[in-house]
Design a protein around this ligand. Structure first.
Ligand SMILES: CCCCCCCCCCCCCCCC(=O)SCCNC(=O)CCNC(=O)[C@H](O)C(C)(C)COP(=O)(O)O
Ligand SMILES: Nc1ncnc2c1ncn2[C@@H]1O[C@H](COP(=O)(O)O)[C@@H](OP(=O)(O)O)[C@H]1O
Length: 319
């Protein structure tokens, strides 16, 4: 009898992220293209602090396509990354046998329903952390607040405030205190510790999808869920049994494409993380983005393995 499929990846896989940031930062130092761009910046701190996008105006005419803020993957993938995560996550819950409620016995349905609710809870937790970190934290997001606390400000803020005197006071405050509003108003968000929102979001999205996909995939690969065992060994109480009959074909297609979508998002997310590591931000700004993302992953996916009461609430993918 084959060994049961392993339901969860080892936390060691998370080492891929520091290694990626390390390789990206090294590449940014040794690559002739990155170096020549830096040397033309007249910024003595640049070799150790390649905040290329901000300092070197890379969005205007960078040599490398991926160093442009306007690159198509940045605009339509990373900048709307939470939508991609949500769609990929939803496709797992809709199409993977671990969650699918159709043609399941009552006992199976109960287990899969519980799994689906817990998966939704995990998505909610991740979404709250993402939202508070990058979008809103009772006003400016955590990233914007930490930037201000560490001495950053909106360059040309005084001009903006003077200009805004004729406008409403809420416009003034927003313009001065959030990165997006500062840039939108033509100011430069400079000076403090600017935690990388890209590193934070890309690590969170890719790690979360890997944990979810491996958990759901392990259920699909378990012996009792294999198509050939359907109808033979399947027990009514087996939560992993696949649907049979006419549903098999359409269910199988959805299952395959949901995994393709998830792994597509993971691979592209990793690539964009590597590009951010090469072309954008300082060393520390990348690591602080990584630290927040990995802490979130730890609480949602690793801690439940060690803390049964927490596991009872958020569950584990595929369990
Ligand atoms: C205790 C108080 C609790 C408060 C609870 C808040 C609850 C939040 C719920 C919000 C609902 C979110 C619904 C999610 C559905 C979506 O997908 S919404 C829109 C999608 N938006 C994005 O995907 C934006 C992703 N981009 C970014 O986050 C940023 O662009 C960036 C990648 C972090 C980079 O930032 P820059 O400023 O551009 O450098
Ligand atoms: N991989 C990538 N590709 C393109 N632009 C990137 C990028 N990583 C970061 N950036 C850009 O660098 C700036 C800082 O990103 P972040 O703080 O989110 O890590 C952002 O600029 P804008 O805010 O002007 O778009 C962002 O778009």
């Amino acid at each position: 009898m084959p060994a049961p499929a392993r339901p969860a990846p080892s936390p060691v896989v998370l080492l891929v992220y520091p290694v990626t940031l390390l390789l990206g930062s090294l590449f940014s130092v040794i690559s002739p293209v990155a170096r020549s761009t830096r040397s033309s910046s007249h910024d003595p701190a640049a070799p150790l602090a390649p905040s290329l996008a901000a300092d070197l105006h890379l969005s205007e005419s960078p040599v490398n396509y991926f160093a442009r803020k306007s690159n198509i993957f940045n605009l339509y993938f990373v900048k709307v990354g939470w939508i991609w995560l949500t769609v990929a996550f939803a496709s797992l819950v809709l199409f993977q046998p671990a969650y699918n409620l159709s043609s399941a016995s009552h006992a199976q349905q109960e287990i899969r329903f519980r799994r689906s609710i817990q998966a939704f809870l995990r998505w909610c937790l991740a979404t709250i952390v993402w939202y508070l970190t990058t979008q809103w934290f009772f006003g400016p997001a955590i990233i914007d607040r930490s930037f201000m606390i560490t001495g950053g400000k909106c360059g040309q803020a005084l001009d903006l405030v003077a200009k805004a005197n004729s406008e409403s006071s809420s416009v003034q405050l927003e313009t001065v205190f959030t990165a997006a509003a500062c840039k939108a108003a033509g100011g430069a968000w400079k000076g403090g510790h600017d935690i990388s929102g890209h590193v934070f979001m890309l690590v969170l999205v890719t790690a979360l999808l890997v944990f979810e996909a491996v958990g759901a995939g392990a259920v699909a690969a378990s012996p009792s869920a294999a198509p050939e065992s359907a109808g033979r060994e399947r027990k009514a109480s087996d939560p992993n049994a696949l649907p049979n009959g006419d549903q098999d074909a359409s269910f199988g297609t959805g299952r395959t494409w949901s995994m393709r979508l998830v792994w597509g998002v993971v691979v592209l997310g990793w690539w964009m993380l590597f590009m951010t590591a090469i072309w954008f931000h300082t060393w520390l700004e990348k690591w602080s983005g990584l630290a927040i993302a990995l802490s979130t992953i730890y609480v949602i996916y690793i801690l439940p393995r060690r803390l049964p009461p927490w596991k009872d609430i958020v569950g584990l993918p595929g369990v």
